[in-house]
Design a protein around this ligand. Sequence first.
Ligand code: AQP
Length: 332
Amino acid sequence: RPRALSGIQPTAGSFHLGNYLGAVRQYVALQESHDAFYMVVDLHAITVPQDPAELRANTRLAAAQLLAAGLDPDRCTLFIQSHVPEHAQLGWVMNCLTGFGEASRMTQFKDKSAKQGADRATVGLFTYPILQVADILLYQANEVPVGEDQRQHIELTRDLAERFNGRFGDTFTVPKPYIVKETGKIYDLQDPTIKMSKSASTPKGLINLLDEPKVTAKKVKSAVTDTDTVIRFDPENKAGVSNLLTILSTLSGTSIADLEKSYEGKMYGALKTDLAEVMVDFVTPFRARTQEYLDDPETLDSILAKGAEKARAVAAETLAQTYDRMGFLPAK
Ligand code: AQP
């Protein structure tokens, strides 16, 4: 079986709809076909300031949401990044193989550091993509399910894997991004030209899966559309409507073409009412399942402990081989 690896940050508390449709949904699907490793990336979370108690709670909450979304610990390896110290160790090695200019070209860092101000952005935020390289290469992943915003980081991972292999001999699998075209970028409901993101300018554009269902329904109903009246998939001219169609199509399993047909002659309100209903049907059991995992921290912690053990076995082997290839003297 090919390997899959991905990670999600525990920073925001609730996952948002972009996280789910762009990434987590694919995590669930790939458990069936891949030897899959998924982690909550707490080391990445601290690239921006975190309150310790909140980080701890949000890390458990992220793991609970992954399980609620359908990850099955018998069919995949679910763990917390900091439980596997090899991530930080291989991260250092990768830092030493990455050019400063090369790292400076990462657009996510440019965007985030511009928002924070150059003096407040940490060196950790700058090297975030390099730690991500280590995350992926440690598991010899063939495919990395992510949203479109991560494509550049996977490119960097491929470059560094090839660079290392070229210099020190074949060591790392060169991974491919696994990005679903339709849902690789879910847009903000209030500004459908930007991606849905936890740092959106207004919370009204962001669907948090753990919001009260009635809040979710309200956000759907106040989504920005356009002054036209036709329900048609046309991302360039009708970004808002197209985003709603994408979300409805994915959650309901109905093709966009069939949706367009069924909404012929109908108003935007009909589309929003249906989407609100589908969203509520989706988030209601998701919230309940998440709560069940949170209510049983012993089970959750034992799943994570087993996951870390399985992950470490793979990561330790890759790290040992890497150290050896680079010429580190083995510890006796
Ligand atoms: N809008 C999106 N559409 C599709 N995929 C998305 N992802 C994020 N936003 C969208 C994908 O979700 C996975 C986890 O991302 P993350 O851990 O980087 O989560 P995040 O930082 O909380 O995501 P945000 O909201 O995008 O954060 P900010 O506001 O900090 O930039 C990834 O695979 C990502 O591609």
